[in-house]
Design a protein around this ligand. Sequence first.
Ligand code: AKG
Ligand code: FE2
Length: 185
Amino acid sequence: MNHYKLQMRRGILEEYSIKMKKVTELTSKAMAKSLNIEENCFLKQFGERAQHQARFNYYSRCQRPDLVLGLKPHSDGSGYTIILMDAEGLQVLKDEQWFTVPKISEALLVLMGDQMEIMTNGIFKSPVHRVVTSKEKERISVAVFYSPEVNKEIGPEDGLINEETPRLFKKLQAIKGNILKRLPG
Ligand SMILES: O=C(O)CCC(=O)C(=O)O
Ligand SMILES: [Fe+2]
């Protein structure tokens, strides 16, 4: 890759990161509003130095999609994850069944991670998900894992705990690199 192309790609990534910061601010506020709690409460838990880690996933075409998965079942250890994809292939597990996430053009997918499940006291679930392969099409996705700043203490929002819905999680400390929690098997 020549120098000019490299510079250009860096520029695009930098711009994407800056825009992602805005997206996570808006999304965190919108999620709090939807739960009727103080709009900045999740942003406060994520902290001013919240982590944004981007991962590029490339899934090549596969002759035996019935035998080969692109990504094994897991839930994300992030707060939440923002996914940009160029094709279908991502599936989420609900009621022991796999559902394909539709690809909506220009749309970003917000996928809850384990830490947001904790902060919402279990109201927003961190789904087990996987990626299937395809015979016809390769696939690329960009996942931005948005997580609380390192060493930040997180826990269920007080506003979501009451007599009917008791606290489900203890307070925890956010740690670095807790991106994938793989399930056994
Ligand atoms: O490729 C995708 O759509 C999902 C990727 C994913 O689940 C991950 O990177 O943790
Ligand atoms: Fe994931």
